[in-house]
Design a protein around this ligand. Structure first.
Ligand SMILES: [Zn+2]
Ligand SMILES: [Zn+2]
Length: 237
């Protein structure tokens, strides 16, 4: 079956994410748009994932718990997990390697943690949009050890991407999948990164409700279950 997706969406937990990116608003917007599966991927943190999963209960939408991790090389990586417990283990690893900087909400924006009813239950103190101390190799290894799937984010961006910061996608990481923001991918990027050998996901990297993808991009899966989706996008080794 075709699973229409958007696997890179920020909630109000990301300081740069709009405060209207609440669990219920995201989930309902995805359903209105006709998507079958989304992932919540806040910067270096996964604490709104459970609320979004709960908010989608009874709706025809799969919500995958994830996060967008910034490596020590300032490369953004999307990590997706089968369950929130794996995600929070990864968050612990990332947090233990973050510089101890507190968020300044007035400057960077609030980092809001919500429950499934969009009620504010906390504000994350640790400043989330900064690099952690683990490099792309370490992050990739840790995510896979936990059973997650990881792929380089928005490789067509001129900053915070594996291409902008390393110049190429290291073969030894054995990625099968990469993410782009713009589809179709410009030919110069296809050539530069030898993209023909990868599966390409086109995600929105939405920070505002209206940025969430339309029903445009799909992957073929046996079912819309998280396991099948992750298997499909992770075909590494
Ligand atoms: Zn990013
Ligand atoms: Zn992002």
């Amino acid at each position: 079956m075709k699973v229409y997706y958007d696997f890179h969406i920020h909630s109000c937990l990301s300081p740069c994410g709009d405060n209207d990116m609440t669990p219920n608003n995201i989930v309902n917007m995805a359903v209105i748009k006709g998507l079958n599966a989304i992932a919540i991927t806040d910067h270096n943190c996964g604490e709104n994932a459970q609320a979004a999963i709960d908010a989608a209960e009874g709706l025809p939408l799969t919500v995958i718990p994830g996060m967008e991790i910034e490596t020590s090389e300032e490369i953004h990586m999307v990590a997706l997990f089968e369950n929130v417990s794996q995600l929070l283990k990864m968050q612990d690893i990332v947090m233990a390697n973050m510089p101890p900087i507190k968020n300044k909400p007035a400057i960077f924006g609030e980092q809001i943690i919500m429950d499934k009813h969009d009620k504010i239950i906390d504000f994350k103190e640790q400043f989330l949009i900064t690099a952690c101390g683990l490099n792309i190799f370490e992050i990739t290894k840790k995510v896979r050890e936990l059973g997650g799937v990881v792929f380089p984010a928005h490789i067509d961006k001129t900053s915070y991407s594996v291409l902008s910061n390393l110049g190429s996608i290291p073969d030894e990481l054995e990625f099968q999948t990469v993410e782009v923001k713009a589809c179709p991918v410009p030919q110069n990027i296809v050539d530069m990164a030898n993209l023909n050998k990868y599966n390409i996901l086109c995600n929105s990297d939405a920070h505002y409700l209206w940025d969430i993808s339309e029903k445009e991009h799909y992957i073929e899966c046996n079912s819309p279950d998280i396991k099948d989706i992750l298997h499909n996008i992770s075909l590494y080794i």
